[in-house]
Design a protein around this ligand. Sequence first.
Ligand code: DGJ
Length: 723
Amino acid sequence: MIVYQQEIKAFYLSGKNYCYLMRVDGSGRLQNLHYGTKIPLSDISYLIAQVGDPVSRELVDLNFYANERIFSECGVYGRGDYRSPSIVIERKDGGIMSEFRYVRHTIEDGAPALEGIPHVRCSGQTITIFLRDLCSDAEIELNYTVYDDSDILVRNAKIVNAGKQSFCLRKAFSFCVDLPDNNYKILRMHGAWTRERTPEITDLGHGIVRLQSTCGASSFGIHPFLCLLEQDCREEKGVCYGVQLVYSGNFALTAERNSFGTVRLSGGINDEQFCWEVRSGESFVTPQALLCYSERGLGELSRGYADLIRERIMNPAFAFAPRPIVINNWEATYFNFNNEKICALIDEAAKLGVDTFVLDDGWFGKRDSDSSGLGDWYVNEKKLVGGLTAVIDRCKMNGLKFGLWFEPEMVSPDSDLYRAHPDWAIHKDGIKPIRGRRQLVLDFTRQEVVDYIFRVIADILRSNDISYVKWDMNRFITECYSASLPSYRQGEFMHRYILGVYELADRLTTEFPKVFFEGCASGGGRFDAGMLYYFPQIWTSDDTDGYERTKIQWGTSLCYPLSAMSCHVSACPNHQTGRMTPLSTRGAIASLGASGYELNVSALSDEEKNACKEQITAYRKISDLVLRGDLYRLSDPFSENCFCEMIVSKDKRCAYVVGEQLRAMPLPNTRFVKLVGLAEGKRYLIKELNITASGKTLASVGVALPKLGDYESFIWHIEEVKI
Ligand code: DGJ
């Protein structure tokens, strides 16, 4: 709901459990009055009196330090607010100070459809507030979209050049909000290849905490998500504020606590090395930021994000459709395969009950290792006699669908594509390009490159029966430069690159609406809400170890739905860690996402094959919970000796619990896991334990954890029983 109170020039925005209040102050500035728990509309005047005038107008004019106390919706540079600005505009004369004043606003149903960049789809209600810069010819449109049934507030900005001369945007963040002092803690997620999204909570302290990526993607290193927590915030209690970006390129998210304790949250496209020329009449649209307020802990925040992403960001054709259970040949064969190996894998996997065979890297060009072939998207008939048709026919014979791997953004220096168009690879003349995995990145800022890659991939999808595409991306960008951009536009390179990626993803998914796309970037190196707009699931990590995955999936679930996480059962010893974990555990952990297999099934014993078959049958029964249910994280693998998560159906009639003992203990203490998330007033049966109890008892007393060995797991199916 959005209400405007004209007499006091105040805006009241509210969602499911929060409200967001702003007003236009006496000088015309847009000021935040409150972001947090839902308070009555009638209290706006009280808020204006309390927080609207932290210092008197007179003092602001006399003492510019007072500007640092104002809760601004748009941080600017050069006018006495020394916090980090959210918008910086450089005029032709070099001046970069700004001061924005309210002009007008509109309130409309729906959410703005941003062109060329992923965004929340339809519904909701949006207020657009138009501000004008007193120091330049810039106008800003701040968009706020709210939903009555969600705790997510969607924000972005559009910067318009209303003057005659062009200006340069040196910083164009998507949002800025100032919160009163609250001694917050901050949660961020760091990581690396094979250990993505590790949560870390520290005190916020004073100064700036800046999370950012500079590699051209949302990255392994730091995730485009941060969360402020009140000191007593826990998994299922307490207040926290989250923010994540619907963006896959270089980002920055900052939390700044200044001398007066005010905390400024802001973020968007990384402004380091960024500048964007906006000509007269042109505009620049920033990516959307998803702000989430929870007063019931991190769990509620995660469920809010999960719902919004699957209901309003993912492609609706796939968001709630059963995910294909795949067998992928990567860890089974790597590059070393031929018809015989692939057919054996298909035949065996079909007996287990999988839906789709995915042919990974190595099927095209001269691709026997990672040293050549990328860009040559035609089948290598030496490896696969009869081409893709032979493999697809084998799949069909076995009742399987077929999926294919591509790495559209890359080129190997040893490839026909590179030999024909060396200038299409990102490079700067005279500087030897750095290779990553022995490959180079194609310059997706160039339209002819995007057009060419679209054409070749579309040809393959048109002429073969392909129902699934895995879109990989295995290195980040260096020599950030495009020969096709003038010198003053080189600061646009990184953002233009990701716009090129979005364009290709958009064209392919539009042209092939029935093809299911999975994203990937050496595992989870570009796992973000932007990619999820095009690809309903993403390969979570190259680390498929049955223990490491508990941590990676735990972190990922903080701001994404389980169905976004592609999770495979792989072989033991695990290829990344060398660890042995039981097959049952690998299956159980993979069932907490879009499950699949990635191992040489022909090498499994009959007993193991039967186990996989049973896992697949069991997974089908709970897959609807994975797609639609609510996640409750019950026992944290970072600090506990046990991992445990539960998915509960929205109507609270059934639930699915997966637990894993990390290290076995002799004579362990009796420990209980509290099944928080069921309906307190309902009675439930835990089938495997054959016990019944009320939701209240299961949540408050809990269930005794079984005594298990290293990395052994348990699964409980829970159902409501009528009293
Ligand atoms: C990295 C991906 O994460 C793997 O699953 C696999 O597709 C390889 N690339 C292939 O090169």
